[in-house]
Design a protein around this ligand. Structure first.
Ligand SMILES: C[S@@+](CC[C@H](N)C(=O)[O-])C[C@H]1O[C@@H](n2cnc3c(N)ncnc32)[C@H](O)[C@@H]1O
Length: 255
């Protein structure tokens, strides 16, 4: 195993620690930098830091949970995981892509809004993604649309990337509509974003997807996504299902 080339300190604070606002002082290459948990650009730049913070320290198990549930559901049908052509959105440095490939997926293409994710995925997990797009889903250039249409993905994965300041509902709809029918859809979402109190729009979106027949849900499983810095367990739902038809991009999602 490679020796870690960085050191991590947790700054003292009197404030309540919120998910994503957790702070770290990272010492790397002789420099100290303060980063927040959702500063993915800075975190991916340091090899092994994302895995150390979220997986070793705060016990994140979402790629494992979501991909295993997907695999189980696929195996209940006449399809096999080797039939899957996956669009992995919010791919980060490739943890989900790696898991999908290890369960036998035929092809995985990644998409993330920041360049640092593409660089880290190539650096840390070369060969996992057949292609990796650094794009905003709501503003995809025609060349990327054409490549995705040619691939015709039959599976969408979005892990640990919905809500907060990450992927909003309209971008999720764009990704959803790129999947063929009856494609597989596997994502996770924080429990409070899939509850009557939600104001991110996701709870309403999922309800509309089900009520209006855009989506058939096979699995909705609540589980511990990871711990927060203060030790609070953070619970998410893993959702696995089949796309039935495109979602109208202008669907009104207001309360
Ligand atoms: C917590 S990371 C999850 C990475 C990976 N899926 C995993 O489970 O390890 C969230 C990722 O979503 C990406 N992201 C945020 N907003 C996005 C957007 N609008 N479009 C695409 N990716 C986005 C971030 O850059 C970040 O890499």
């Amino acid at each position: 195993m490679n020796k870690r080339k960085f050191k991590v300190q947790i700054p003292e604070t009197d404030d309540d620690v919120l998910q994503g606002e957790e702070q770290f002082i990272i010492e790397y290459n002789g420099e100290k930098t303060r980063v927040r948990a959702h500063d993915y650009d800075k975190i991916y730049t340091v090899p092994g830091l994302y895995e150390y913070l979220f997986y070793d320290k705060y016990k994140c198990k979402s790629p494992e949970v979501v991909c295993s549930l997907l695999e189980k559901e696929v195996n209940k049908t006449s399809m096999a995981t080797s039939d899957l052509k996956v669009l992995d959105v919010g791919a980060g440095n490739g943890m989900v892509g790696e898991k999908l490939k290890s369960t036998g997926a035929d092809t995985v293409v990644g998409l993330d809004i920041i360049e640092e994710a593409a660089e880290a995925a190539e650096r840390d997990r070369p060969g996992v993604y057949a292609d990796f797009f650094t794009e905003d889903l709501t503003r995809l250039p025609d060349s990327v649309k054409e490549k995705l249409e040619k691939l015709s993905p039959n599976c969408l994965t979005v892990v640990a990337a919905l809500g907060f300041d990450d992927i909003p509902p309209d971008a999720f709809i764009e990704a959803y509509n790129m999947i063929s029918e009856p494609g597989w859809v596997a994502f996770n979402i924080k429990d409070e974003f899939y509850s009557p109190d939600d104001r991110t729009g996701f709870s309403l979106l999922i309800d509309r997807m089900l009520d209006d027949g855009f989506f058939e849900m096979n699995v909705k499983k609540r589980y511990r996504h990871r711990f927060c810095q203060d030790g609070t367990p953070l619970h998410y739902y893993a959702v696995i299902g089949r796309k039935k038809k495109d979602i109208p991009v202008n669907m009104v999602l207001s309360y």
